[in-house]
Ligand binder design. Structure first.
Ligand SMILES: O=C(O)CCC(=O)C(=O)O
Ligand SMILES: [Fe+2]
Length: 330
């Protein structure tokens, strides 16, 4: 399904929406798209349980068999390890993890903006399930804010309890999540692996943990144990932490953050995405890169054509061919 609806303000000469029928406010159009377009597709993908998890726990774990073919998990892990070697000059030791022992950084070797380092990462940006659940959390006009990778070895620091909202000064966050986070596991998460752990239901607090909670809530945190290829998706308000790794070997993870379309992204993708990359990906890829963002203004007012291209709505199934094969969409 491709409804190709345009969101408010996209009509040429109708920046303020004055030509719309009286009830068609911006939120009306957004909600209508959610219930008639997005929700139907989420149901086709059998994601009801994951929507319930996001509502109740603030996070959900989608198993590998629902996410990707086994061979692709290996390709992604190899690609992350190649980036690791390129950026550090050291060949990662997957067996013992001795190349990554005792990292001072609580995420291990933390690599920013890996998306354009290998084309193998590109299909994930329009993955129907990942993008579907992210859009459920942060709206159709969500933007890719981070595309990072982590390689964590034995020892090292604990990652303290935090949320990923990024707002350190507002007392109470808005009721809708402003961002959504995804961790795609490229190694098995099991006891001793240095896994992520969540406080179920903490998305409802909509605030930073207090200094006392940083310590006292630790026993309440629920670790995630799940096989390589699983995707953990969460409302960025959900409190989480990561334990130090005790086992030998390496924990390998891709990390994505998506923010609502009115926010500033943490990495800039529109500056570095090339025309070739845009041409080989579906149209929503360019929207997620913020290619049609009309801000910041110079001396010119809003570029209506750009806004129009940016507000076209595409189906989740208008995705990378890899997923069309995997979900037998054609
Ligand atoms: O290292 C981890 O498991 C946690 C990463 C994290 O905090 C995040 O992806 O937001
Ligand atoms: Fe985090």
């Amino acid at each position: 399904m491709q409804d190709n609806q345009e969101s408010p303000d996209a009509e040429q000469g109708d920046i303020f929406g004055s030509n719309r029928v009286g009830y068609a406010s911006g939120p009306f159009i957004e909600e209508k798209h959610r219930v008639t377009g997005l929700y139907e597709e989420l149901k086709t993908l059998e994601l009801e349980k994951h929507i319930a998890d996001l509502s109740m726990y603030g996070y959900t774990i989608v198993p590998p068999e629902k996410i990707m073919p086994a061979g692709y998990i290996t390709e992604l892990r190899d690609a992350v390890l190649k980036v690791s070697e390129k950026r550090s000059g050291v060949t990662p030791d997957q067996e013992t993890g001795k190349t990554h022992v005792g990292s001072q950084h609580p995420l291990g070797q933390f690599m920013r903006k890996v998306l354009f380092e290998d084309p193998v990462f590109e299909p994930l940006i329009t993955h129907p399930i990942i993008l579907g659940l992210v859009s459920y959390l942060t709206g159709y006009n969500t933007l890719l804010s981070l595309s990072d990778a982590m390689v964590k070895g034995p020892g090292g620091a604990m990652l303290p309890i935090h949320n990923d909202n990024g707002d350190k000064t507002t007392a109470v966050y808005p009721d809708k999540p402003q961002s959504a986070t995804v961790n795609l596991l490229l190694s098995d998460y099991e006891e001793g692996c240095g896994s992520i752990a969540f406080l179920p239901g903490s998305h409802n607090f909509r605030r930073e943990p207090t200094p006392a909670e940083l310590q006292d809530a630790i026993p309440e945190m629920a670790p995630v144990y799940a096989p390589a290829g699983s995707a953990i998706i969460w409302n960025s308000n959900t409190w989480h932490m990561a334990l130090p790794r005790e086992n030998p070997g390496l924990r390998v993870t891709l990390l994505y953050l998506f923010c609502r379309g009115h926010l500033q992204t943490q990495s800039s993708f529109r500056d570095s995405v090339t025309d070739d990359i845009l041409a080989r990906n579906p149209p929503r890829f360019a929207q997620l890169m913020h290619k049609y963002g009309v801000l910041p203004f110079g001396k010119e007012d809003i570029d209506v054509e750009k806004a129009k291209a940016g507000s076209k709505r595409y189906s989740l199934f208008d995705c990378h061919p890899l997923w069309k094969d995997f979900y037998q969409l054609e």
